[in-house]
Design a protein around this ligand. Structure first.
Ligand SMILES: C[S@@+](CC[C@H](N)C(=O)[O-])C[C@H]1O[C@@H](n2cnc3c(N)ncnc32)[C@H](O)[C@@H]1O
Length: 285
């Protein structure tokens, strides 16, 4: 190849990196996105820059995408105060006290707020299919690790939680320690780096549409790379605005098509506010 062309290509890549760095820095300067994993911002910024071409629009579109897959679910949480309240509750050794504080915090994230009315009945039918897990992954976890008091896990369960908000992840690690678990929460973009830990169960509660919104076939790529025995895929029945747009039907069709293609046996569990599929990835035979 003509060496001057190689030089041009290198210069172009360098320039692209410098421009992308600028977009990432601009997005991370905003209050709303300052705690987001830089890998996520970079991945989205690169795509938006390639699609839009100009920096100002790429910054705007990167924030818009981050709003769809992260910001729209969030309410400000004072994690220091939240930890103090939880620590006090755990000190009382009263399960009711711990659950009451967790419920209050779970209401601060749109996704877990919708799960509150079904929380008491949520995990038993799931564990009835998978067995009570000794290790689990919670992918795009939001505040869901605060539902551990409803999970009836044995002491020493390995609970790996992944999300893209560094502040939330730091808080969740302190929460996991209070609940008697190892501090296995990670600020990790699962599209950049799909988790490779072996575990009994992977929870993807309302995470699948969120991954597909970021990358075509994003969820399939993550799902098919998992090294867990089961996947628990949860889907919202209504949009965040409260509308039913045939969402459940579409999600069901999409997930069942993937399961059939991969020969995963599936159990369907319909809760009042969430549709759940438990797929067996490893038959153990
Ligand atoms: C719809 S919420 C679901 C939260 C939680 N699973 C639940 O149902 O309560 C999606 C979550 O995925 C996280 N997320 C989005 N993209 C991600 C990515 N690429 N890697 C890891 N987490 C991601 C968001 O920060 C958000 O907490």
């Amino acid at each position: 190849m003509d060496e001057s062309l190689v030089g041009d290509e290198n210069n172009h890549t360098r320039l692209e990196t410098i421009v992308t760095d600028g977009i990432v820095a601009a997005v991370l300067r905003s209050r709303k996105y300052r705690a987001v994993c830089p890998d996520t911002v970079r991945r989205i910024a690169r795509r938006e820059l390639a699609n839009r071409g100009d920096v100002k629009t790429a910054v705007k579109e990167t924030k818009r995408k981050l709003h769809q897959v992260y910001g729209a679910y969030e309410e400000p949480v004072d994690y220091h105060a939240a930890h103090t309240r939880l620590a006090v509750a755990y000190e009382t050794r009263s399960e009711a006290e711990v659950r009451a504080v967790c419920r209050g915090l779970l209401a601060r994230h749109a996704s877990t707020r919708e799960r509150l009315p079904i929380l008491d009945e949520f995990y038993p039918p799931i564990w009835a299919v998978t067995g009570r897990p000794a290790s689990l992954l919670d992918l795009g976890c939001g505040l869901n690790p605060l539902t551990i008091p409803w999970m009836d896990l044995a002491p020493g369960t390995r609970y790996h939680a992944f999300d893209i908000d560094a502040d939330r992840v730091a808080f969740l690690n302190r929460t996991l320690a209070l609940a008697g678990c190892l501090r296995l929460a990670r600020c990790q973009d699962i599209l950049c780096q799909p988790p490779d830990a072996k575990a009994d169960v992977a929870l993807l509660l309302k995470t699948i549409p969120c991954l597909d919104r970021q990358e075509p076939d994003g969820a399939r790529r993550v799902l098919t790379s998992l090294r867990t025995r089961f996947v628990v895929a949860g889907f919202a029945i209504k949009s965040l605005g409260g509308r039913e747009k045939g969402m459940a039907r579409n999600y069901q069709a999409q997930f069942l098509a993937l399961a059939e293609e991969q020969s995963w046996p599936v159990t369907r569990l319909a809760f009042a506010t969430e549709l759940v599929f438990v797929a067996q990835l490893e038959t153990g035979s």
